[in-house]
Design a protein around this ligand. Sequence first.
Ligand SMILES: [Fe+2]
Ligand SMILES: [Fe+2]
Length: 277
Amino acid sequence: MAEPEAVEGTKSEVGILFVGDLVGSIGRHTLLECLPELRERLAPSFVVVNGENVAGGLGITPKVAEELFRNGIDAITLGNHAYHRREIYSYLDTKERIVRPFNYLRGQPGRGVCVVEKDGVRLGVVNLSGNLFLKAGRSAFTEVEPALRELGEVDHILVDMHAEATSEKVALGWLLDGRVTAVVGTHTHVPTADARVLPGGTAYITDVGMTGPRGGVIGVKREQAVESLVTQMPVRFETSKEDPWLMGVMVRTTKRLRADSIEQILMPRPDRPTPAG
Ligand SMILES: [Fe+2]
Ligand SMILES: [Fe+2]
């Protein structure tokens, strides 16, 4: 961490709050109700959220994305549910601050990287998809190189690795250690206890968890998920409303492309229990 370019790039502290998969309207409301307190307590310079489940539990719509941007969200990452809503396709092609996994096929809608600039600080955001049990046309491990090149000159890079396998996420953390500010995992909706700054200076966590109902099964009403597993028959899934929490991480940095710390954020929605909606 003491190499010359890192010292040369020293700036005042930058904080990046990354929030895990927003599940349904309950996830969106939980975020919006937790944000004022988090902004006051953590004073993040940037807030980035994963929004792949925000529209009714699957996908995202332009209307919901605009609501998030209106509320000061700087960038939105996605994952395997990116294309669940058709109306998002052209939005993904035209809107700069919402990204789907870079390693999808080139012909699929949207882009995989974006840059957000605030107070003279440029944050690059990269979205990648794991390859195990997920449909991603190309390898995350080879495509991350052109993704980083596409960002150009930036002060910080946040990589959201949306993956099922812990091994793929851990491996990506090591591959990028010392080259990006943070590698954060999403998709499983369950937070892991391994947040740390790797030896090269990259903040890492295998999964930040979700922002949604802990009372369900990774977001789904628990009786429906259990019935489906017990009977092995089709069951209509709805988003649970029980026990909503915000889950994320706060990454702090004072050096270009390096993190000083990563703190796990696990916060119950302030007004629990919640009304319908
Ligand atoms: Fe998700
Ligand atoms: Fe996912």
